[in-house]
Design a protein around this ligand. Structure first.
Ligand code: ATP
Length: 197
C-alpha cells in the first residue's frame, strides 16, 4: 500500500490539491481532522487537558475551547511541548487506523505539519505544494478574512519553504491557475499509479 504524504504551508493549496486527487478516486486522510477527533468530548486526551489547564479550557457544551488552548501554547513553549507529547501519538493512531481502512490504489495523508510532527515517517513518498510567501499571505487573508500579519506569524511557526523543498520527494508549484494545478496533478497521479503497482 502506497501512502503519499501531501504537505505545504498555510494557504499553499493543500485542499485544492487533495480535492483533485479525490476526484481521481484517491482516498484522503486528513491530519487536521484526526487532530480534532483526538480531543473529542469525553476522550481521554481531553480529560488530561482539562486536568492540566482547568475546566475553563472547555466550552459550555464540554467541547475543547480550541482558541483558548491555541493562545496558551502560543505564549508558552513548555505547554506546547506538553500538548504535542500528549496528542501526537493519539493523532498518529487515528491516522494509521484510517489509512488501514482505505481501499484506494494508493492513499494520501494530508498534513500541514507532515515534517514537523514526524508523520512523514509513515509515508512512502512526500509531495510539497509550493507557493511564494506573498501568494500564501494573499490567498489566506482573502479566504479567512484575516490581516496579513496574522498569516505571517503562522508562516513563521512552520518550517521554511526552503527546508520543505529539500525534504520533499516531489514539489508541485501552485502559483498558476487551478486548471494548471489540475493538469500537473493528473500527470503526478499517473506516475503514482505506476509506483503503487
Ligand atoms: P490551510 O493550510 O490553511 O488549510 P491549504 O493549504 O489547504 O490551506 P487551500 O485552502 O487549498 O490551502 O487554498 C488557499 C486559498 O487559495 C483557497 O481560498 C483556495 O481556493 C485558493 N487557491 C488555491 N489554489 C489556487 C490557485 N491555483 N489559484 C487561485 N486560488 C487558489
Amino acid at each position: 500500500m502506497l501512502i503519499l504524504g501531501v504537505t505545504g504551508g498555510i494557504g499553499s493549496g493543500k485542499t485544492a490539491v487533495t480535492n483533485i486527487f479525490s476526484k481521481l478516486d484517491v482516498d484522503i486522510i486528513d491530519a487536521d481532522l484526526a487532530s480534532r477527533k483526538a480531543v473529542l468530548k469525553g476522550s481521554p486526551p481531553l480529560k488530561k487537558i482539562k486536568e492540566k489547564f482547568g475546566k475553563n479550557i472547555l466550552l459550555q457544551d464540554g467541547n475543547l475551547n480550541r482558541a483558548k488552548l491555541r493562545e496558551i501554547i502560543f505564549k508558552e513553549k513548555k505547554q506546547k511541548v506538553w500538548l504535542e507529547k500528549l496528542l501526537h501519538p493519539q493523532i498518529l493512531k487515528i491516522i494509521k487506523d484510517e489509512l488501514a481502512e482505505s481501499k484506494s490504489i494508493y492513499k494520501i495523508l494530508v498534513s500541514p505539519l507532515l515534517f514537523e510532527t514526524g508523520q512523514y515517517q509513515i509515508c512512502d513518498r512526500t509531495l510539497l505544494v509550493d507557493v511564494s510567501e506573498d501568494i500564501q499571505i494573499q490567498r489566506t487573508s482573502k479566504r479567512d478574512k484575516v490581516p496579513s500579519e496574522q498569516v505571517k506569524s503562522i508562516i513563521k511557526s512552520q518550517l521554511s519553504r526552503q527546508e520543505k523543498i529539500e525534504l520533499a520527494d516531489d514539489v508541485i508549484s501552485n502559483e498558476g491557475s487551478l486548471a494548471d494545478l489540475e493538469e500537473k496533478i493528473k500527470a503526478l497521479h499517473n506516475s503514482y499509479l505506476i509506483y503503487a503497482k
